[in-house]
Every structure is written in structure tokens, then in C-alpha cells.
Design a protein around this ligand. Structure first.
Ligand code: NAD
Ligand code: TDX
Length: 338
């Protein structure tokens, strides 16, 4: 079995590469990544010496390059993680999101069709459903919830999902899609809420909470997401969408306070800043379909996952220090003024 993992130098992709190499010692894993600001080859250090692992640098939107790679490698399964993934950056500059998330997906779908892969899996997001009101805790996203996006990021992900479904319906490409809630865990780029707050709190920098910090996200430990994708690519039904989430809703301010407590830092670091434009209020996944059909259940409790995540960032300070000295330094100065 040969699996192409695109975006495997990013947060979830790296975790997926390690998960698959450990679980399936006889699978060949090829990682294709453009190494944008969010991709980090150092994160893959632990895989580079594995003879079953190959890294290829390149863009999913480079149609000729993708075609040649598929012709050479004859992949059985494609799992597409590669994307521009940060909502705030999509508000600043939507166009690279359209290029990577829509055109890149189209290139992969076209090559998957041409070379006859047995499964194309699209890693999508709960953000394609838009948001839920804060005062209706009884409402959840199901696979039947209409697509109703808010940001350029989520719009580009929704467009990619629709293309995947079209390739299934029109050309019979064996496609599956997963729509997961917010992930957290090791190797997450420190522009996202949890690692941003850990890294800044360690340096006693202000913690920028958007609006009043009352927006709700449904947090899932990254390994549980990897496990869900593994189950879907092996046993999921072709043409189907599976929601992934573990009923773990938290207000942003709750998450930040939990982190401060665990780090032994003062709540006086919290600074309420201007809200994100179009800020989605609440995400909450109903995972009934994947649980009943495939037997998936989240295994990591939030308290344990947070402890493991915080420990990882404390033990891997060099990893974030290297990131902070690059393109991110300029982004951070522009967005957070330091
Ligand atoms: P990330 O930003 O950490 O990593 C993205 C990776 O894709 C990077 O390694 C980057 O170099 C690579 N990449 C970007 N453009 C590329 C291109 N043109 N060609 C090849 N590689 C390219 O993202 P992440 O948080 O790991 O998210 C992975 C996927 O999961 C994304 O598709 C995202 O939409 C989805 N997702 C993320 C979350 C979350 O909470 N992080 C939740 C649900 C779904
Ligand atoms: O500095 C911040 N302050 C703040 O209050 C940042 C970066 C975020 N926030 C808030 C905005 C959100 O309500 O925290 C919440 C989480 O923000 P992000 O970490 O940027 O994640 P989100 O916008 O929810 O999107 C994430 O989950 C779905 C991923 O980045 C997406 O790739 C995924 O599809």
C-alpha cells in the first residue's frame, strides 16, 4: 500500500505521518509539501531515516509536477492535508487560499482520476457549515447541515469539498471527506489559539483574546483526528462525508484561563483586542455517523491532551524559537504589535 500525504510537514499532517508509520510498518508513505511558512521539515526529523518514508518538496497546485509524481509513484491512497489554514491570514489576503485550497485540490483530483487511485480523501473542516448561535446549545453540525461559510478560508475549503463530490459523482472517483473540529496538540504552528497562548505566556507577553472571548470551539486532540482519518480511508463509504469531533466545547476565554493556570502565569496577561471580522460564534460537531458506522470515539480527554500539549511546547522550545525568527516574526509584529 502506498499513501500520498500532502501537507505532511504541517501540524496535522506530521502527526498523521508518525501515526501511520507506527501503525502500518509495511505501508509506503510519500509526503508532498511545498514547505510554506507553515511547513517545517524539522518536524519530520523522526521519519526521515525510515526506509518506508519519502519526502518530496512541491506544490499541489503545480499541475504538471503533480501529474509526473502520480505517474511515477502509482499511489493507492491520497490524503490531502495541504492547505492554507489560518482564518486571519485569509482575511488579510484571500487569493493564496483560493490557489492552494481550490486549485491545488483540483490538481490532485485530476491526477487521482487519471492514475486510478483506490481512494482520495479530503481533509476538510467544520468551518464549511458556518457557525451556530451561542444561545442554542442544543444545535450541532451534522453531515446534512447546509454549507454556509463565513471567511475566505472556509469558503475555499467548502469549494474544494464540492469539487471532490463532483469528481465522485461525475467521474466515479472514490472520494471520502472528513470535516473535523478544532485540533490541538504537538507541532501546531504558534499562530493558532492554543500554541500562540502557550508561547506568549511563557515569555510574559500579552495574550490577545478576540472580542469578549465568548466564542466557542469544539477541541479535539490531534491523534484522535488521525485515527478517524485512518478509519475512513480503510472502512469509510465512498462518496460520503464524515464529521469528526468529540463534544468538547469551550469558550476561548476558558481555554486561555486553563493554559495560564497550568503554566502558573497571571490572568493579567489577558488582553481583549478587536474582534476578528466575520468571527464565527460557535462550532459543535455531531459525530454520530462516524461513531455508529466506523466505531470511532475520541480517546484523549481534554485535560490529558492539554497536559501533553503544554509539556511538548515546554520541551521543544527550539522548535518554536526557530519559527519565530522567520516570516512569522514579521506577521507577529504586524498583527500583535511586538
Ligand atoms: P498547517 O497550516 O499547519 O499545515 C499545512 C501544510 O500544508 C504545511 O506543511 C504547508 O507547507 C503545506 N502546504 C501549503 N500549501 C501547499 C501547497 N500548495 N502544496 C503543498 N503543500 C502545501 O495546517 P493544519 O492545521 O495541519 O491543517 C491541515 C488540514 O486540516 C488543512 O486542510 C485544514 O484545512 C484541515 N483542518 C485543520 C484543522 C485544525 O484545527 N488545524 C481542523 C479541521 C481541518
Ligand atoms: O490571537 C487569537 N486570539 C483569539 O481570540 C487567535 C489566533 C484566535 N483567537 C480566537 C479565534 C477563534 O474563535 O480563538 C479561536 C480559535 O482560533 P484559531 O486557532 O485561529 O482557529 P479557528 O479560527 O477556530 O480555525 C481552526 O479550526 C478549524 C483552524 O485554524 C482551521 O484550519 C480549522 O479548519
Amino acid at each position: 500500500m502506498k499513501i500520498l500525504v500532502t501537507g505532511g510537514a504541517g501540524f496535522i499532517g506530521v502527526n498523521f505521518v508518525y501515526y501511520m508509520l507506527e501503525k502500518y510498518a509495511d505501508y509506503d508513505i510519500v509526503c508532498l509539501d511545498a514547505l510554506t511558512y507553515a511547513g517545517n521539515l524539522k518536524s519530520l526529523d523522526g521519519a526521515m531515516d525510515n526506509p518506508k518514508f519519502t519526502f518530496v518538496k512541491g506544490s499541489i497546485s503545480d499541475k504538471d509536477f503533480v501529474d509526473k509524481l502520480f505517474e511515477k509513484e502509482k499511489f493507492d491512497i491520497v490524503v490531502n492535508f495541504a492547505a492554507e489554514s489560518h482564518v486571519d491570514r485569509s482575511i488579510e489576503n484571500p487569493f493564496i487560499f483560493l490557489e492552494t485550497n481550490i486549485m491545488g485540490t483540483a490538481c490532485l483530483l485530476e491526477a487521482s482520476k487519471k492514475y486510478g487511485v483506490s481512494r482520495y480523501h479530503q481533509v476538510s473542516t467544520d468551518e464549511v457549515y458556518g457557525d451556530l448561535p451561542l444561545d442554542r446549545p442544543d444545535l450541532f453540525f451534522t453531515e446534512e447541515t447546509p454549507i454556509h461559510t463565513s471567511s475566505p478560508y472556509s469558503s475555499s475549503k467548502a469549494s474544494a469539498d464540492l469539487l471532490c463530490l463532483a469528481f465522485n459523482r461525475t467521474y466515479g472517483l472514490p472520494v471520502t471527506i472528513s470535516r473535523c473540529s478544532n485540533n490541538y496538540g504537538p507541532y501546531q504552528f504558534p499562530e493558532k489559539l492554543i500554541p500562540l497562548m502557550i508561547v506568549r505566556a511563557q515569555e510574559n507577553q500579552s495574550l490577545p483574546v478576540y472580542g469578549e472571548g465568548l466564542n466557542v470551539r469544539d477541541w479535539l486532540y490531534v491523534e484522535d483526528h488521525c485515527k478517524a482519518i485512518d478509519m475512513i480511508i480503510h472502512n469509510g463509504r465512498v462518496g460520503e462525508v464524515y464529521n469528526v469531533g468529540g463534544h468538547n466545547e469551550k469558550q476561548n476565554i476558558e481555554v486561555v484561563r486553563t493554559l495560564l493556570k497550568a503554566l502558573g502565569k497571571s490572568e493579567s496577561l489577558i488582553t481583549y483586542v478587536k474582534d476578528r471580522a466575520g468571527h464565527d460564534l460557535r462550532y459543535a460537531i455531531d459525530p454520530t455517523k462516524i461513531s455508529t458506522e466506523l466505531g470511532w470515539l475520541p480517546e484523549t480527554k481534554f485535560e490529558d491532551g492539554m497536559e501533553r500539549t503544554i509539556r511538548w511546547y515546554l520541551d521543544n522550545k527550539q522548535w518554536t524559537d526557530d519559527i519565530k525568527s522567520g516570516e512569522y516574526a514579521e506577521y507577529s509584529r504586524r498583527v500583535y504589535g511586538d
